[in-house]
Write a protein that binds this ligand. Structure first.
Ligand SMILES: Nc1ncnc2c1ncn2[C@@H]1O[C@H](COP(=O)(O)OP(=O)(O)OP(=O)(O)O)[C@@H](O)[C@H]1O
Ligand SMILES: [Mg+2]
Length: 320
């Protein structure tokens, strides 16, 4: 069976274009013939608003991601022992969750989230999950059950916060990418985020109830860092933010966590001496800056913004 590639987009800094990037890259992937599923993990539900053109409030309780998470949470609390998890002898729940997948356009499906259910918003569900360490398996189980649908890519839009639900997404993913703006704060915020992802993996690997072998059987390898993608680029200093980008790259390099982008074969995707005054190892040369406020502008949401085409091709190449 073909396995979907799972990518999450995250950064603890808010408003850096995470949701916009996930949405644009998904629509471009779909245009290029990849079957894509989008999941919205942010309690603010911005991606769901984009996908549903602000009609999310019309959705019934059993047609949103919140429902699936609560269902798996209850299932794990009531029925599952660690032996069954270890051996993945877990009943498939697909029949209960088939209402949650919606189609946006050709090749592109999404699972909306909602904030209208009291005590069942994504952050409420994350705090319920935190009471049982095995809840970390919720996203991998959900994905396993959804994978029957045969997607090429599953893209997760993460909030600028961390909780057990987000840890479950980290653990279930194959890759991650960090959208950022090139400002002073990102110089330490981005390395800090990468470190946090490593720490989450170590936290569960070292947990006596989950541990190394079970962790690997459930989640496979830890997610690979693709690289950093600059968004909402503004020419802040006349000649641009090039020094900040260089400093950010050096700070990432010091972590000794290699990005896929740093591989020699992707040299042309990074800032490089041929086209720029700097070279980097971990930062895409591509950046976006011309988007109008697309969260508000539904006309753009149905189309693809041209600035996102190249980065989509590059991500497809790197993850192939
Ligand atoms: N490349 C861009 N150029 C100009 N404006 C952009 C660009 N990308 C996003 N924006 C705008 O910036 C704002 C924040 O974008 P977005 O919601 O994607 O960020 P976010 O990182 O997902 O935020 P949050 O942390 O709240 O989830 C939005 O109004 C969006 O339309
Ligand atoms: Mg967002």
């Amino acid at each position: 069976m073909r396995m979907a590639k799972k990518l999450f987009f995250g950064n603890y800094k808010g408003g850096v274009g995470k949701t916009t990037s996930v949405f644009q890259i998904a629509t471009w992937m779909a245009t290029k013939g990849r079957r894509v599923l989008l999941l919205d993990l942010d309690p603010q539900c911005s991606l769901s608003s984009l996908c549903t053109k602000n009609q999310i409030h019309n959705y019934t309780y059993n047609s949103v991601l919140n429902y699936a998470i609560e269902l798996y949470c209850r299932f794990i609390n009531n029925n599952v022992n660690d032996f069954d998890l270890y051996t993945m002898n877990i009943q498939n729940q697909q029949k209960y969750i088939k209402n949650i997948i919606r189609n946006l356009k050709n090749n592109l499906d999404y699972i909306p989230s909602s904030f209208k259910f009291k005590n069942a918003r994504l952050n409420d569900l994350a705090s319920k999950m935190s009471k049982n360490v095995f809840s970390i398996c919720i996203i991998p189980l959900l994905i396993r059950d959804l994978e029957l649908e045969q997607y090429d890519y599953i893209l997760f839009d993460c909030p600028p916060t961390s909780n057990t639900l987000i840890h479950s997404v980290f653990m279930a993913s194959d890759y991650y990418i960090i959208p950022t703006i090139g400002d002073n704060i990102s110089g330490h915020g981005v390395p800090d985020y990468i470190t946090e992802i490593e720490n989450v993996y170590v936290k569960y690997a070292m947990n006596d109830e989950i541990g190394g072998l079970m962790l690997t059987s459930l989640f496979g390898e830890k997610p690979l860092f693709i690289g950093v993608f600059e968004t909402i680029y503004k020419d802040r200093r006349g000649t641009g933010n090039i020094n900040l980008i260089k400093d950010l790259d050096l700070a990432i390099d010091k972590l000794n966590i290699p990005s896929l982008l740093s591989d020699a074969k992707y040299g042309k995707f990074r800032y490089n001496k041929q086209n720029s005054t700097i070279e980097t190892k971990h930062i895409f040369q591509n950046y976006t800056r011309h988007l109008v406020d697309i969260v508000q502008n539904t006309e753009i949401t149905v189309g693809n913004h041209p600035e996102y085409e190249e980065i989509t091709d590059q991500i497809i190449t790197i993850t192939s």
